[in-house]
Design a protein around this ligand. Structure first.
Ligand code: ZN
Ligand code: FE
Length: 256
């Protein structure tokens, strides 16, 4: 089984898995990059997975279902295009012998889901849409900080080798903010220079890995003393776990 990010729009990735001439894609906001990839490799599209309702994730679904006989799965608690099979926490689907487990991750949107699978021939894969980014997390459009914190902690409990397949190339700007929060984090500065090299060559920084994200991503580290000290410095009031997370997310929104 092979995993490829197809660039779309200015900074989206449509993740594609292929095996034995068959393909699965995640969050096709645009059909064209998928149709081009299928045509040039001769793959048949079996499955489309959707994480949430935003147009940059579902915009290509109608054109792909018109052009192929793909089955589409998406979140049960969000408005989806017609024909999408609804899924929620704990439900599974199978493709090419690979079982995906659905994880509810509200926060960016109210019904956002993620898909986790463990292929027999490569590291586990997590399709997390706009919930977890490398070095960051999605904006809270519909959910609360408490929900997003819980969602991220569910993802943080997956195996460390998990390949984190985020839907956007936001890594460098996230890492700039992360370094502002944790200037003494050496894993972070080393990772940032690796990512700068990749982007200078026009390459994706993704997939990331969960064990790395746990070392560098301030939104997975909001309980760490170093992160808390930075937040307290800016917002010096007594705070609980969700308050720290909320203050960190607000800081990122304001950060330029
Ligand atoms: Zn989104
Ligand atoms: Fe998005």
């Amino acid at each position: 089984m092979n995993l490829i990010p197809l660039p779309a729009f200015s900074d989206n990735y449509i993740w594609l898995l292929h095996h034995n001439g068959r393909a699965l894609v995640v969050d096709p906001g645009d059909a064209q990059p998928v149709l081009d990839a299928l045509a040039s490799a001769g793959w048949v599209l079996d499955v489309i997975l959707v994480t949430h309702h935003h147009p940059d994730h579902v915009g290509g679904v109608a054109a792909l279902t018109a052009a192929t006989s793909a089955t589409v799965y998406g979140p049960a608690h969000e408005k989806m295009p017609p024909g999408v099979i609804p899924l929620t926490q704990g439900e599974t689907l199978s493709w090419q012998g690979l079982e995906f487990e659905v994880i509810d991750v509200p926060g960016h949107t109210a019904g956002h889901i993620a898909y986790f699978g463990q292929p027999s021939d490569m590291a586990p894969v997590l399709f997390c849409g706009d919930t977890l980014f490398s070095g960051g997390c999605g904006r809270l459009f519909e959910g609360t900080p408490d929900q997003m914190l819980n969602s991220l902690e569910k993802l943080a409990g997956l195996p460390g080798a998990t390949q984190v397949c985020c839907a956007h190339e936001y890594t460098l700007s996230n890492l700039k903010f992360a370094r502002h929060i944790e200037p003494a984090n050496l894993d972070l500065s080393a990772y940032e220079s690796r990512c700068q090299d990749l982007r200078a060559q026009g390459l994706p920084t993704l997939p990331s890995h969960l064990d790395l994200e746990l070392k560098i991503n301030p939104f997975l580290r909001s309980r760490q003393p170093s992160v808390r000290a930075s937040v307290q410095h800016r917002t010096p009031t007594p705070m609980d776990d969700a308050d720290y997370f909320a203050a960190l997310r607000q800081w990122k929104n304001d950060y330029r």
